[in-house]
Design a protein. Structure first.
Length: 374
């Protein structure tokens, strides 16, 4: 019997399609989903018979592990309790998206251990597990309604090209798939990049959408300094921090990123594309630092999600960030470890800016060991 194919671009009821896919998975069927990379075959990770049907359809050997598709980066630690800062960083920055992270799953509290034995053997035969959060609403909406993760693999038989549209799925797999969600050609039309992360190191196991050069940038430690308008305090903090870190790492300012560090600044109420105040520029010039090319930028959800450490000039700045992005609470701290606010020099004389810069420099010097660098 040929599979049921639903054209997502023509459906009048998205929720009904999602419910049909969820029902099929709960009943132990194999469903083909569009993703941003290639089309994928999915089965409920809680149903070992469904996963075995998926393996038979795929023609996958027992020692070729499948990936688990999860809801979001916040779930990754449930499956890999020992994941460190590097894995956390890549998960926050890359998901949803075309990255599969291979992480340690040997911890006794890993949720992998709660999967059926046959499924554990299929997804973690070597005590590691591949996790992915696909960048497509169809998969994500289904995952939000399921009790557990999905076992996910590309929609093709082992050794054959991956399907990049619904027609190719049906041609390759025929009636082995009960339901196909058709959203036209995949965006990237190539597989995800598979990255093994161990401690603070990473290794590309399979090249895919995201090139190694991009991964190097994504793996950098990112320090974000925040004030109100991003015209004086946080820009001065940015250049001071960059200078101190370059000295710590014995490299030039231009080489900081190659050494794995990115320093940025933003303002909670900043406009895009403004400049630093003349007094801030002069205060930095007196420290032999350059603030002339600074362009203001507002604090955004993307910046908050990507930052490893967010240092705010005042307590109220920190409270504002946590109120809007509570998930960033553990990564957001006042710059002054004493809890004292960095004084705002805006509208004051140059001497106020110089005094502010001195306060910022002292606070950063006290914080720099937290970064775990050289």
């Amino acid at each position: 019997m040929p599979p049921v194919a639903i054209n997502l671009k023509q459906t009048d009821d998205w929720r009904d399609v999602v419910h049909r896919a969820v029902q099929a998975l709960v009943e132990g069927r194999v469903v083909a989903f569009p993703t941003e990379t290639v089309y994928g075959l999915a089965a409920s990770a809680l149903d070992e018979s469904a996963v075995e049907r998926l393996a038979a359809l795929k023609g996958r050997g027992e020692h070729q592990p499948f990936t688990l598709a999860i809801r979001g980066a916040e779930e990754a630690r449930d499956y890999s309790p020992t994941m460190g800062p590097m894995a956390d960083r890549l998960a926050r920055r890359c998901w949803p998206g075309p990255i599969t992270l291979v992480l340690d799953a040997s911890h006794p509290e890993s949720l992998v251990r709660q999967l059926p034995a046959a499924v554990r053997h299929r997804v973690a035969p070597e005590k590691t597990v591949g996790l992915r959060v696909p960048g497509h609403d169809a998969v994500l909406d289904v995952l939000r309604m399921l009790a557990g993760p999905l076992v996910l693999t590309s929609a093709n038989r082992t050794g054959q090209p991956a399907a990049v549209d619904a027609k190719e799925v049906i041609e390759a797999l025929g009636d082995g798939v009960e339901l196909v969600l058709d959203d036209g050609p995949s965006h990237f039309r190539q597989p995800s990049t598979v990255v093994r992360v161990t401690d603070n190191n990473w290794q590309v196991l399979r090249e895919g959408v995201v090139p190694e050069k991009t991964l190097r940038r994504l793996s950098c430690l990112m320090v974000l300094l925040v004030c109100t308008g991003n015209t004086c305090r946080s820009p001065m903090a940015e250049v001071i921090c960059r200078n101190l870190l370059a000295r710590r790492l014995a490299c030039s300012l231009d080489d900081l990123e190659d050494r794995g560090v990115i320093v940025m600044s933003a303002g909670i109420a900043a406009m895009m594309g403004g400049v630093a105040t003349p007094e801030a520029v002069e205060a930095m010039r007196q420290l032999e630092l350059d603030l002339t090319t600074h362009e203001t930028q507002p604090l955004t959800e993307v910046l908050v999600r990507q930052a490893d450490l967010i240092y705010t000039m005042t307590r109220s700045h920190r409270e504002a960030i946590i109120a809007q992005w509570p998930e960033a609470a553990e990564r957001t701290r006042q710059l002054c470890s004493t809890g004292r606010d960095v004084s705002d020099p805006i509208g004051g004389p140059l001497s106020a800016y110089v005094e502010c810069a001195q306060q910022i420099r002292k606070a950063i010097e006290e914080r720099v060991d937290e970064l775990g660098l050289g």
